[in-house]
Design a protein around this ligand. Structure first.
Ligand SMILES: Nc1ncnc2c1ncn2[C@@H]1O[C@H](COP(=O)(O)OP(=O)(O)OP(=O)(O)O)[C@@H](O)[C@H]1O
Ligand SMILES: [Mg+2]
Length: 263
């Protein structure tokens, strides 16, 4: 089998020595895969993304890109290798225009270099999100949350990622806008971009991703090909079925209106 693009191997990581927010995490991704990571508040999803992106150094275990241990490599250097994180929240510079945001994100040292890099991906970015072309000269800070999220994704694309990590791209957005973001992610998959997408809710991930991982209290409680799992299995893993007395508890979550994993 072809070498994995990303491999996370027995990773423990956290914010204080010995206190691991994520424990014994193993996952793998081939080029072209989309991996969905689901879990409730505090499950460790962002910690996992930060560890893969190099913002956090694991206390144990390794993160490998194409078989190479990334060790303490900085997030910037990882991004230059094509491993790019889009963190939670909108990553735009409000005082710059849409186009300036894209130029700055290219990371080129000269204006001409930035123009060249943007030109190379302009069809892709503006094709995914035509509104960014329409609003090219508008200040990013004046755009809606959904438009800012589209620009954030555009900024990540200008860097030329091979593997894009997205941390809760739907956070705070109206369902119709989330649909558009996910349509764009589906198009990017067709362009052979590999994805890791974190959400609290599995509904959209099950359509986008060919692999699903559920995190609960810092550990993987389910890891499967999407086609081999279903809503129910995900729900059990999400609430940590092994710690619960049974369906009565799940039912009570639903009665409280907890809609995180409902389709
Ligand atoms: N900077 C930090 N310093 C200390 N502890 C942190 C820090 N960030 C997160 N934690 C803790 O690590 C655990 C995992 O948090 P993490 O942010 O990874 O969860 P999450 O799954 O991304 O949650 P959410 O859905 O709310 O974004 C939590 O217990 C959290 O309180
Ligand atoms: Mg998070």
């Amino acid at each position: 089998m072809a070498e994995q693009l990303l491999k996370v191997n027995k990773v423990d990581a956290g914010y204080r020595r010995g206190a691991h927010a994520i424990r014994d995490i193993n996952l793998g991704l081939h080029a072209g895969d989309a991996l969905g990571v689901v879990g409730m508040n505090g499950a460790g999803k962002s910690t996992l993304m930060a560890t893969i992106a190099g913002r956090l150094v694991p206390e144990n275990g390794t993160v490998e890109l194409e078989g190479r241990d990334l060790g303490r490599m900085s997030p910037d250097r990882r991004a230059r290798q094509g491993l790019v994180l889009l963190p939670e929240g909108h990553q735009v510079i409000g005082a710059l225009t849409v186009e300036q945001n894209l130029l700055v994100a290219s990371g080129a040292r000269t204006f001409r270099g930035a123009r060249r890099r943007l030109a190379a991906v302009a069809d892709l970015v503006y094709g995914l999100f035509p509104i960014l072309a329409d609003r090219a000269d508008q200040l990013a800070g004046l755009m809606s949350g959904g438009e800012q999220q589209m620009l954030s994704i555009g900024r990540a694309l200008v860097t030329g990622p091979r593997l894009l990590l997205l941390d809760e791209p739907s956070l705070g957005l109206a369902p119709a806008v989330v649909d558009r973001i996910y349509d764009a992610l589906t198009d990017l998959r067709r362009e052979q971009l590999s994805l890791v997408v974190v959400e609290q809710n599995d509904t959209r991930l099950r359509n986008l991703c060919n692999k699903i991982v559920v995190l609960n209290s810092g550990v993987v409680t389910l890891s499967a090909a999407t086609e081999d799992t279903d809503k129910d299995a995900i729900r059990r893993a999400y609430f940590g079925a092994s710690h619960l007395p049974g369906d009565a508890v799940l039912a009570s979550h639903e009665a409280e209106g907890d809609s995180h994993v409902q389709g």
